[in-house]
Design a protein. Structure first.
Length: 432
């Protein structure tokens, strides 16, 4: 039998813990609000920095009406880091509460690093990616790609350079411009259907698609808040049939759109954590965002399911020869093994080891990019720099994390994937 005094003591302990947790959450929200305002202030110096914001308009107006200097932003970020480090985290069984503290700390580190870069500080490629994205991509010598190029050459026999033969092969798989919207709509519908079978999305979520030109990227998701996105597809260069599923998944379902929707639903609205109402592009959050968006393609279309859907639906919608779908994706699988070649080109170019022309040539030779696409990619390097690691390294880290959490069982993959989407986990935390 429990003594009444013990009951009172137990109630006092529980009440004390609850009060401590409430105070800790209040303190964190205050620090988070200041972080959001600093990100918005950075947006006045760097037009790419604020990728999305759907918090109070008064905060945006304050950033625009009373702009801070870079020195002021850096000093305030340092003060925030000091206060955050002093903030005691009350023991909490909720893992997300612990992750939140780690996330905000690392986002502030990245903000400080970006302030330094805008102020003229030069960082080597790997040091920059570590400072901004909490990760460093592996290095690969030229020889790493040669074996794949040899196998690709066997798959594409004929005259001319391998790049020329690959370009000639792909001509038959370009989506005609007058069928582009029809193909994308079919891809989006299937990606959404598959995602909704496993992930509960809030009512009213949706996005619109626009076709644009003169961009350094092939597709972009602009999250608007309120569970809505604007997705833009760049039509400067030919769009091949595989890009329909890639972009529909990556930018939409279960990629960026779903990622932002779940963060808004579960962390901003349900938990009241304001730091997730802003997305600082040059930060660790981007590796999670890009990594989940790329790995989400395989989650939505495992094994042979993608090939079957493309052969039965997308190839006919594009007016392409569906009997060649298997051939096309066998070649694309080989080209996919050259994915890290883009990182090597960016690393060498941004470190000053090669110039733009040499970087474009390297991409043409080792990444199988057409010259126009390679030139476009060097413009991406100029604008976004080491951000390129987030696509391939991000995908690999996310894949390893999800596969470990799903215990190798495909039926568990969606739950592990959706859990990551709705969490503040850092890139370094993917390897825990």
């Amino acid at each position: 039998m429990t003594h009444p005094r013990h009951l009172v003591l137990a109630v006092m302990i529980v009440t004390g813990v609850a009060a401590g947790q409430a105070q800790s959450n209040s303190d964190m929200n205050d620090l988070a609000e200041r972080y959001v305002k600093l990100v918005l202030a950075m947006g006045q110096h760097d037009g790419d920095y604020v990728d999305a914001y759907y918090g109070p308009e008064a905060w945006r107006a304050e950033a625009e009406g009373r702009p801070l200097t870079l020195d002021q932003i850096g000093a305030e970020a340092g003060a925030l880091i000091t206060e955050l480090d002093r903030t005691a985290t009350v023991p909490d069984p909720d893992e997300l509460v612990q992750l939140r503290h780690q996330y905000l700390r690392r986002q502030l580190d990245a903000l400080q690093a970006r302030v330094g870069m805008l102020g003229g500080r030069s960082l080597a490629f790997d040091d920059e990616s570590s400072a901004l994205y909490d990760a460093v991509a592996p290095r690969h010598p030229d020889s790493h790609f040669e074996d794949t190029l040899t196998r690709l050459a066997r798959a594409l026999p004929g005259q001319g350079t391998l790049g020329d033969r690959y370009g000639a092969f792909r001509v038959d798989f370009v989506i005609p411009s007058d069928r582009l919207d029809q193909v994308f709509e079919a891809a989006i519908a299937e990606c959404r259907r598959r995602t909704q079978e496993h992930v509960e999305l809030p009512a009213g979520e949706r996005f619109t698609v626009e076709y644009v030109t003169d961009k350094s990227w092939s597709g972009y998701n602009w999250y608007q808040g309120g569970f809505r996105s604007l997705i833009q597809v760049n039509t400067d260069l030919p769009i091949y049939i595989d890009r329909a599923i890639d972009l529909a998944c990556h930018e939409g379902y279960p990629g960026h759109h779903v990622y932002n929707v779940l963060l808004e639903q579960h962390l901003v609205r349900e938990r009241g954590w304001p730091e997730f109402s802003v997305y600082a592009l040059f930060s660790p959050q981007s590796l999670i965002a890009e990594g989940t968006a790329n790995y989400g393609i395989e989650v939505a279309f495992p094994n042979e399911e993608r090939l079957a859907f493309e052969r039965e639906v997308l190839f006919p919608a594009a007016g392409l020869d569906a009997s060649r779908a298997t051939e096309y994706y066998q070649v694309q699988a080989l080209v996919g093994q050259l994915d890290y070649a883009g990182n090597e080109a960016a690393r060498r170019y941004l470190n000053g080891d090669i110039d733009r022309a040499a970087a474009a040539d390297w991409l043409t030779r080792y990444a199988m990019m057409a010259p126009a696409r390679a030139e476009q990619r060097t413009r991406f390097f100029d604008q976004y720099r080491s951000y390129v690691i987030n696509y391939n390294l991000g995908k690999d880290l996310v894949a390893a994390f999800v596969e470990a959490r799903s215990l190798g069982r495909p039926e568990n993959r969606w739950a592990a994937f959706a859990g990551l989407l709705a969490s503040p986990r850092l890139p370094s935390g993917l390897q825990d």
